[in-house]
Ligand binder design. Structure first.
Ligand code: CP
Ligand code: NVA
Length: 307
């Protein structure tokens, strides 16, 4: 089963593959906006497994699959045998015999890897504790739409060194840009957990304002990710100064954009002024989950299509 192409972390694709997927995302988006049907995945079935909550990921995959001519089935831990201890390897064997593509949102990265190792069909990581590659795919597509190539640019990450941060760091290695990371003490990036090659595409800053200086894109995420709720109280204290505000945006490049994968907490990781301000592209970013993932599904199912 090793020849199947999965999308479990950002570095699973090369820069050249991303050029293709971003080109396809634009083509698919433009066609969709013209109300022209495009059904390359007619009769194909996507199974979506959720062990954590979701609005955007479920909606974008489910709507996206329908728009490409296929259908999507939603499973969650509560209502399936996964929640009653069926081994993930067995689930991989069975679910992949009844579907053409699987998306999983779960806890440890190891779970999606074990599922994929037992799957006959491509598996997509819809968020794990370690990574969120589909979100960064959409984020970079959004940056390209607004500002052109991300190569050589600087992204400022303010906040937790979580799944989003790790994936930005991997993307910087694959697509050759820089990330300035500022986290509170004790929450620094762990390069091994981030799965980095060691290319020095990132720099850590104690002061978030320093990290934002000259950045082309400023971004952040919740202080407490799903699965870490027990740490919420201590995190609220530790992260209090890691709130993206107008001062941070003012030291970034004058054309800098602000992104957030959402859901956001105004007054915690970002002020309402920035979140709802002129530099924020968060709604385009959210919409682009749909278009970028349609290109991703097309590529995983059908390979390189050009038209
Ligand atoms: N950004 C994101 O993945 O959103 P959901 O948790 O709503 O899917
Ligand atoms: N880091 C967040 C992202 C949510 C889309 C989490 O894992 O909860």
């Amino acid at each position: 089963m090793s020849s199947i192409k999965h999308y479990l972390q950002f570095k699973d694709f090369t820069r050249e593959e991303y050029d293709h997927v971003f080109r396809r995302a634009k083509w698919i988006k433009d066609k969709f906006k013209r109300y022209e049907p495009y059904h390359p995945l007619f009769d194909r079935t996507l199974v979506m497994i959720f062990e954590k909550a979701s609005t955007r990921t479920r909606l974008s995959f489910e709507a996206g699959m329908h728009q490409l001519g296929g259908s999507a089935i939603y499973l969650n831990t509560r209502d399936s045998q996964l929640g009653r201890g069926e081994p993930v390897e067995d689930a991989g064997q069975v679910i992949s015999r009844m579907s053409d593509l699987v998306m999983i949102r779960t806890y440890e990265q190891e779970i999606v890897e074990r599922f994929a190792a037992n799957s006959r069909v491509p598996v997509i990581n819809g968020l794990t504790n370690e990574y969120h590659p589909c979100q960064i795919l959409a984020d970079i597509f959004t940056f390209i739409e607004h500002r052109g190539s991300i190569q050589g640019k600087t992204v400022a990450w303010v906040g937790d060194s979580n799944n989003m941060c790790n994936t930005w760091l991997q993307a910087a290695e694959v697509l050759d840009f820089n990330v300035h990371v500022s986290t509170p003490p004790g929450y620094e990036v762990e390069p091994e957990r981030a799965g980095l090659y060691g290319t020095n595409n990132f720099e850590q800053f104690a002061d978030p304002l320093e990290a934002c200086k000259g950045a082309d894109l400023v971004t952040t995420d919740v202080w407490t990710s799903m699965g870490f709720e027990a740490e919420n109280e201590e995190r609220m204290k530790a992260f209090a100064d890691w709130c993206v505000d107008a001062e941070m945006m003012s030291v970034a490049h004058k054309d800098a954009v602000f992104m957030h994968c959402l859901p956001a907490h105004r007054g915690e990781e970002v002020t309402a002024e920035v979140m709802d301000g002129p530099q924020s592209v968060v709604w385009d970013e959210a919409e682009n989950r749909l278009h970028a993932q349609k290109a991703l599904m097309e590529y995983l199912m059908l390979g390189r299509i050009e038209n």
